[in-house]
Each structure stands twice: as C-alpha cells, then as structure tokens.
Design a protein around this ligand. Structure first.
Ligand SMILES: N[C@@H](CCC(=O)N[C@@H](CS)C(=O)NCC(=O)O)C(=O)O
Length: 223
C-alpha cells in the first residue's frame, strides 16, 4: 500500500472530510499542518489553487476534497461507501457538490461582523437544510438510513461548525423545527470518525479566532 500524507490546516472543514474518511477506513496516514497565512513553497508547488487539503500518495499529490474522498473510497480494501449502481453514485456525488456550496455560506456566517448578513445567511442555510431533509430517508440517522455514506462524511464538518455557531448565538435558530436534520447532526457529531478528525480543542480555538477577526456570531466568546 502507498503511504498517505494529508496536508492540512487544522481548522479547515474540507481537510476534515478527508480525515473523517481515513478514520472510517482505519487507514494509516500522516498529517502535516501548514500555516495558510504563510504558505510554504513546497506546498504551493503541489497545490495550484494554494488550498488544503492535499493528499500525497507516496510522492503524488491530489487536491480537492471531493476528489480525495473518491480516491480514498476507490482504493479502500473493504467497506466502500460509494454505491456500485451508477445512478446512486451520481446522486451521492450530486449532493456532495450541493453540500460543498453550503460550506462557503457556513464560513461567511461564522466570520461576518454584520448581524444582518449573518441572519440572512442563516436563513439561506435553513433553506438548504430543508432541501436536504427532503432527501433523507424516514428511518435511520444517516443519508443511507442505517448505513453511513460518503454524503455523511462530506457534511459532518459543516454540521459540527454550525452547531458551534448556534452555541455561540442560539437566536440563529439554524436547527429549529428541523428534527430530521438535528437527528442527523446528533448522530454525526458523536461518531468517532468525526471527533477523531479534528484537533481536540478546535471548538475553543475556532471561537477565539472568530472573535479576534470581529465575527458577530462570536462577539461574546469568552474562552
Ligand atoms: N474546493 C476546495 C476548497 C478548499 C478550501 O477552501 N480550503 C481553504 C481552507 S478551509 C484554503 O485552503 N484556503 C486557502 C486560500 O484560499 O488561500 C476543496 O473542496 O478541497
């Protein structure tokens, strides 16, 4: 088996997706953290967009979290998450792409210093949640019912960060009246792959960092 090295920024939810899948698969991997404010030359040489995650397979880098997820799934020895049926595979890819678009809104919601913008984004994210809730099966907490899927790995980091944001500013009401999304979130947040894929004090560190950049959501952070 080739060696796997995940190039990471510790607070990045896109990196976390890849780390979650590596944890689900029980694979050995190394992790290398970089400072995105001071990107090393070796990183810029393997990441044309200057973004993490990059996964190095021996010496070959691949970038884009959704591509990394697929590579890891296709090379898994057992327990592949993407289904065999092409239509079902396409449907999971489609929703992963939809979720990727929510990630930038989730970041803007956390980072903006403007209350009106935060509330607007919270409303838009609730709209996306309604769309996703309409896709979830009636039974079982995950996208595949009882079965954990690639869509679950892809969304867990956002549900985690939005839960932290809601903890800082409960009036956002992101999960209010959304029992199906809340149950999905609850199942994903306690899943060992989700918790093992981040540094242990990330919630505190994120709150502090958001507070320092003037985030409205984190304006009262006192940690
Ligand atoms: N579409 C990319 C997005 C990755 C991304 O936005 N990463 C952020 C950190 S969370 C980054 O590296 N930003 C550095 C920059 O834009 O300079 C993916 O899915 O991998």
């Amino acid at each position: 088996m080739p060696s796997l090295t995940l190039v990471s920024f510790d607070a990045c939810p896109f990196v976390q997706r890849a780390a979650i899948l590596l944890q689900e698969q029980g694979r050995d991997y190394d992790i290398v953290y970089i400072d995105l404010r001071d990107k090393p030359d070796w990183f810029l040489a393997i990441s044309p967009n200057g973004k993490v995650p990059v996964l190095k397979i021996d010496d070959t880098p691949i970038f884009e979290s959704a591509v990394i997820l697929e590579y890891l799934d296709e090379t898994a020895e057992h327990g592949r998450l993407l289904p065999e049926d092409p239509l079902e595979r396409a449907r999971q890819r489609m929703w992963i792409s939809y979720i990727s678009n929510i990630m930038s809104k989730a970041w803007n919601l956390q980072a903006t210093g403007d209350e009106a913008t935060a509330r607007l984004l919270a409303g838009e994210i609730r709209g996306h949640f309604e769309e996703l809730a309409g896709q979830l099966p009636d039974h079982g907490p995950f996208w595949g019912g009882e079965a954990y899927t690639m869509v679950d790995a892809a969304i867990a980091p956002i549900l985690q960060r939005l839960t932290w944001a809601e903890g800082l500013e409960p009036s956002l009401g992101l999960f209010e009246g959304m029992p199906r999304i809340a149950a999905w979130r609850d199942a994903l947040l306690v899943r060992p792959s989700t918790t093992a894929a981040i540094v242990p004090d990330l919630e505190q560190r994120s709150g502090r960092m958001l507070h320092q950049i003037g985030s409205w959501v984190a304006r009262g952070f006192a940690g």
